[in-house]
Each structure stands twice: as structure tokens, then as C-alpha cells.
Design a protein around this ligand. Structure first.
Ligand SMILES: [Zn+2]
Ligand SMILES: [Zn+2]
Length: 175
């Protein structure tokens, strides 16, 4: 385990915790299995199934960030992460194994720290295909509030673009 890199994760996240260690171990394991390096652009993609502490370590270790578009979410609330190396298309899903009963509350950080990644995670085939690279969409002006937003986020009412804040819910088809 790279202690210096761990310290970087702690300062980015704000505190040290078991959740952060989960993401750290997942990132290191994925890097090892797929031969990943820190991603300057969109070379490495992570699809996280939770929005908990561990995601912050993945951003620091692998450079998967929301802003670059190579950190995506499929929120099932599971401690699972899918990683892809875009160039080769190789990918895997890591699922955290259940914590043994003998690990007491408050001891998860220490438990996680001492384990080899293969003891912590089940490795499986990805369930979600590799997402396409981030595309640019031109802006449109909302017919209600007048603010501009990327076209892909707009709805249309009476042929006019309407932003997510202004659109009125239309639920009669949700049956
Ligand atoms: Zn935390
Ligand atoms: Zn609007």
C-alpha cells in the first residue's frame, strides 16, 4: 500500500475512514489488474454504485473525476465499482465482500487496511457496457426562465426548450 498516496486521499477527503480505505483498495486493485495509471483525460473510466466516502479515493488514485467525465454513477447503493481501460476496452467490476462479524464497529478502517485486495473484493465481469466518451452539446435557452443549458438536458413543451428546473412533471404515462 502506497502510504503517501493514502495521505493524499485523506487530505482530499477531509478525514481518514473505513469507507475511504474501501475506495483506495478498490482503486489500487483495479490499477493492478487492468494495468491502470493516473488518468489525465478519459483513459480510465469508473462507474461507482455508491456516492460514499470511497469514491473520493478513486478520484485521487486513478484521476477519475466528475469534471472529466470519467467518473459516472449507477446508484444501487452497493459497495461496487466498475473500471474500464478505454483503449483496450478491458473492464471489471469489484464488489466488496461482506465484512466478517468479528470486525467491531469503528474497526473497519484497520480491518480494511490490513487485508489484501483479493480478500476484500470479488472480481467479476462488468454489467454495464463501457460508456461512450463525453460529447459536447450546444446550449439552448429555456423558454421559461431564459437561462441557457446544454441541449441534452432540455425537455420540450409546445415545441419550446424547457430546462430541468422549469419543466412541469408529466406523470400520466408512469402507470
Ligand atoms: Zn469518510
Ligand atoms: Zn428554465
Amino acid at each position: 500500500m502506497d502510504a503517501e498516496l493514502w495521505e493524499k486521499c485523506v487530505s482530499f477527503h477531509g478525514h481518514s475512514c473505513g469507507g475511504l480505505m474501501t475506495g483506495f483498495k478498490a482503486a489500487e486493485y483495479a490499477a493492478q489488474l487492468l494495468g491502470l495509471k493516473f488518468s489525465d483525460d478519459e483513459e480510465t473510466v469508473c462507474i461507482s454504485e455508491n456516492d460514499a466516502c470511497g469514491v473520493d479515493a478513486i478520484q485521487v488514485v486513478l484521476g477519475c473525476t466528475v469534471g472529466k467525465g470519467n467518473l459516472l454513477f449507477h446508484l444501487t447503493g452497493k459497495q461496487a465499482y466498475t473500471f474500464y481501460e478505454r483503449e483496450s476496452g478491458r473492464g471489471l467490476r469489484l464488489l466488496l465482500r461482506p465484512r466478517p462479524d468479528w470486525v467491531k464497529k469503528g474497526e473497519s478502517l484497520e480491518y480494511m487496511r490490513c487485508r489484501e485486495p483479493r480478500e476484500l473484493f470479488e472480481v467479476m465481469e462488468p454489467r454495464i457496457p463501457l460508456p461512450e466518451m463525453a460529447r459536447l452539446f450546444g446550449n439552448m435557452r429555456c423558454a421559461v426562465c431564459g437561462e441557457e443549458a446544454a441541449g441534452v438536458f432540455m425537455s420540450f413543451e409546445n415545441g419550446q426548450p424547457v430546462c430541468r428546473d422549469c419543466r412541469r412533471p408529466y406523470r400520466r404515462l408512469d402507470i
